[in-house]
Ligand binder design. Structure first.
Ligand code: HEM
Length: 403
């Protein structure tokens, strides 16, 4: 694993994989937003970090200058990153060929049909900890909901929860700092999906793996063609990565918030109708995803020159606390109006699973608050460790359930 010398100045030497970033990420980006909205580092073969709402929106929409070929920044040289995760790693026009046929999979009607399953999964997890005085909101609850759901969607019968979580961690956490871990997870996931698709070739099913197996790319001129095998593996893979860690982190952050803000908890316990707007506010304030782009040609962002060939990070979490777009951005206001947050991104890559993610969060948190209307953090807030990498969230949220 690469050594990480301490950061000398976050504006010119940032390190988004450092422990300090995990501990103080939101403060660091708030300071940069004011002082140096396009920060730079010589680490990672040279990279930039964009922190203002308007600049992030502009970069995300400019797919001609900024490519999604690589969506994370680690110690690997950009030329050595070959991970294909369509549609997230595709630029137009190829991007929409894959994205369009995937859109119906997570439209509101499809997601509504999943509600009973999500509720049952939350209830099952809560039943298992009912009566315990101390529980872990992340381990005993948040991490289970999205994994259960993805297994259900893929049509996986045995309990592969721990395996799915270890692959996700291998790709998005441990593997970001240690490429060998990522390579291993990558090999295993690819082999897993190839085997599952072969099984469905022999015995057809009607789950997500079969749907992707038979998916047709939309060529935009009325024509279609079957997904290639690499596209099939890549789309199944991106759904695993996109669908699990983000929601797991978001539910965990929300429980952390409620454990440390008894007034918000009491309001939600008294008025569950507030949950959808509270979820939007949790998504804004605790936005998990920071994503990368590759600079295709020399350009300027907010007057700062950025060099072709280098990568940049779009801090959606920072955009979501930009005071030029949000009143009192550093306060959580669970009935906030005009909450045009960017937690799901902006532009052509805007999250394909946002309906599903919102539904999972609303159901999981509603069921939790119904079961445990009073609880508090069992440790000091400074003891919570926030993950670094493309997805930020707490992996442990120790809670004391109050009677
Ligand atoms: C709270 C939960 C979630 C958050 C915060 C989130 C966030 C995001 C963000 C910020 C992007 C845009 C990335 C970019 O700009 O390049 C994105 C894309 C994507 N997300 Fe999510 N996501 C969540 C849940 C999900 C779920 C549940 C799924 C599916 C099961 C999913 C699937 C995807 C896919 C496939 C893309 C790529 C879309 C494209 O490139 O056209 N996400 N997500």
């Amino acid at each position: 694993m690469a050594e990480r010398p301490p950061v000398t100045d976050w504006a010119t030497d940032f390190d988004h994989l450092s422990d300090e970033w995990g501990a103080r990420g939101p403060e660091i980006v708030a300071e940069l937003r004011e002082r140096c909205p396009v920060a730079h580092t010589e680490r990672f073969h040279g990279a930039y970090l964009v922190t203002r709402y308007d600049d992030i929106a502009e970069v995300a929409r400019d797919t001609t200058t900024f490519s999604s070929r690589i969506t994370l920044i680690n110690d690997n040289h950009p030329d050595d990153v070959k991970l294909e995760l369509p549609p997230i790693t595709l630029d137009p026009p190829g991007h929409s060929e894959i994205r369009r046929p995937m859109l119906p999979l997570f439209n509101p009607k499809e997601v509504a049909q999943l509600e009973p399953f999500i509720r049952e999964s939350a209830t099952k997890a809560l039943d298992a900890i009912e009566g315990h005085e101390y529980v872990d909101g992340a381990e005993d609850f948040a991490q289970l909901i999205p994994v259960d759901l993805m297994m259900h969607l893929y049509g996986v019968e045995s309990d592969l929860g721990p395996q799915f979580r270890s692959w996700v961690d291998g790709m998005l956490k441990d593997g970001v700092a240690d490429i060998e871990i990522a390579r291993k997870a990558n090999r295993e996931v690819q082999a897993y999906f190839v085997e599952e698709m072969n099984r469905r070739r022999a015995h057809p099913t009607d789950d997500l793996i079969s749907t992707i197996l038979h998916a047709e790319a939309d060529l935009g001129d009325g024509g279609t063609r079957p997904f290639t095998e690499r596209e099939r593996i890549g789309t199944l893979f991106v759904l695993l990565l996109g669908g699990i860690d983000t929601t797991w982190s978001s539910i965990g952050s929300a429980l952390y918030h409620l454990a440390t803000n008894p007034d918000d908890l009491a309001r939600l316990a008294a008025d569950p109708e507030l949950m959808p707007s509270a979820v939007e506010e949790f998504l804004r304030f605790y936005s998990p995803v920071t994503i990368a782009r590759v600079i295709k040609e020399d350009a300027e962002i907010a007057g700062c020159p950025v060099d072709a060939g280098k990568r940049l990070l779009l801090s959606y979490p920072s955009a979501n606390r930009d005071p030029s777009h949000f009143e009192s951005p550093d306060e959580v206001i669970i009935d906030r109006e005009n909450n045009r947050h960017m937690a799901f991104g902006v532009g052509v890559h805007r999250c394909l699973g946002s309906n599903l993610a919102r539904t999972e969060m609303v159901i999981a948190l509603t069921e939790w608050v119904k079961r445990f209307p009073r609880f508090e953090l069992a440790v000091d807030p400074s003891d919570i460790v926030w993950t670094v990498g493309p997805v930020r969230g707490p992996r442990k949220v120790p809670l004391h359930i109050l009677s």
